[in-house]
Design a binder for this molecule. Structure first.
Ligand SMILES: O=C(O)C(=O)c1ccccc1
Length: 360
């Protein structure tokens, strides 16, 4: 029997990310390489302390072979040390590059299926430059997700020929961003970039439109859920972001490998959820398990589940993943790069007529 422990943010400000992950658990493979697979899934309430408790519990009580979690960058950060200490592979479902870079003894145990913020920021930054925008306002989360984006975007902007006019921040649980939005508008930007995720990403975009801002608004892959569109309505129409293959798959050529992997996930998810369609955040759990699934047959040849050798073998095997089409992109892991993507995995997505569409 193989045991997989999952901690995710099914409640709290990260619920738009964690809920679809929670609903994905029932769709995951129940047998791999002839071994039964058991999943232990816990809610960390978007709280880093609770996530750390969950991880310790999964390791000590359930003796899991792999840890998956969590949904958000700040909630995943404390899990790095815990996984490394237990010499157990950790698959984070969060986004920021800091979770897997720079590579060191601890991060050897960590893999991340969401493309790094530097790849995404580069793609959207190039697009912003092409529109001719010179002044771009910035607002983002006051945590490692927002700051990760700010750092890479601020570094890329001068090279691309635009400036960031503000560095405004807010917390995922904040109820208003009026002060920040007024400061942004006062700098008369051509466009605004919002580094945010889940339903809290609607807040600045709505506030900008309500205050009469007419320029382009850019978001990140953190917004790619139906809930964002439902809550944002006409205010989020036209938003553009660099997203994952999954979000634009329907608009890709019929022979694209990303269409096939999407169909496999959508079918499994629907079967487990009474026909309801999945969103991108469920993908992060599914893709994490795809990497683990591919590693298991070779790991089973090396050792028995439940042993330190098995956990180490899974870690070693995932590092060998080559040209693997995931819903998140084309994965090529190496000892130095546990994200495994390049610019081929950043797709420009636009919200058009209330749907996510690949921007051609
Ligand atoms: O990493 C995060 O904190 C986050 O909000 C996010 C955004 C996009 C994809 C996955 C997680």
């Amino acid at each position: 029997e193989i045991k997989i422990g999952i901690t995710m943010s099914a409640s709290g400000p990260g619920a738009a990310l964690g809920q679809p992950q929670s609903k994905t658990v029932a769709a995951l493979p129940k047998e791999i390489g002839g071994e039964k697979v058991t999943y232990f899934a816990l809610d960390d309430e978007s709280d880093p302390t609770k996530a750390a408790q969950n991880a310790r519990k999964l390791l000590s009580e359930e003796k899991v072979d792999v840890l998956i979690g969590s949904s958000l960058t700040p909630v995943s950060l404390p899990l790095i040390d815990i996984a490394a200490e237990a010499k157990t592979p950790l698959m984070t479902m969060a986004a920021a590059a800091i979770l897997v870079a720079p590579m060191d003894e601890r991060r050897k145990w960590v893999y991340k299926v969401v493309p790094n913020d530097d790849i995404m920021a580069e793609a959207i930054g190039k697009y912003i430059a092409k529109t001719g925008a010179k002044k771009v306002g910035y607002i983002g989360f006051s945590d490692a997700y927002g700051e990760g984006y700010y750092k890479v975007l601020a570094a890329a902007a001068p090279k691309l020929g635009f400036e960031l006019t503000t560095h405004e921040v807010y917390a995922r649980s904040d109820a208003s961003v009026t002060g920040q939005v007024l400061k942004i508008i006062a700098t008369k930007p051509d466009a605004v970039f919002i580094a945010s995720a889940g339903t809290p990403a609607v807040l600045p975009q709505k506030a900008l439109r309500e205050r009469g801002f007419k320029g382009a608004i850019y978001q990140t892959h953190g917004v790619a859920t139906e809930e964002f569109i439902k809550l944002g309505g006409k205010d989020v129409e036209g938003a553009i972001f660099a997203g994952e293959a999954f979000s634009g798959a329907e608009d890709m050529p019929a022979d694209s490998p990303f269409r096939k992997v999407k169909a496999r996930f959508v079918d499994a998810y629907k079967a487990a959820n009474g026909g309801a369609a999945p969103t991108i955040f469920g993908v992060h759990l599914w893709d994490s398990m795809t990497l683990v699934e591919n590693a298991i047959p070779a790991a089973l040849k090396a050792a028995k589940p439940g042993t330190p050798e098995f956990r180490a073998a899974i870690r070693d095997q995932i590092e060998k993943s080559k040209d693997l089409a995931l819903n998140n992109g084309l994965s090529n892991m190496t000892p130095d790069n546990h994200n495994g993507y390049d610019e081929r995995s950043a797709f420009l997505i636009e919200i058009r007529d209330g749907a996510f569409r690949l921007k051609q």
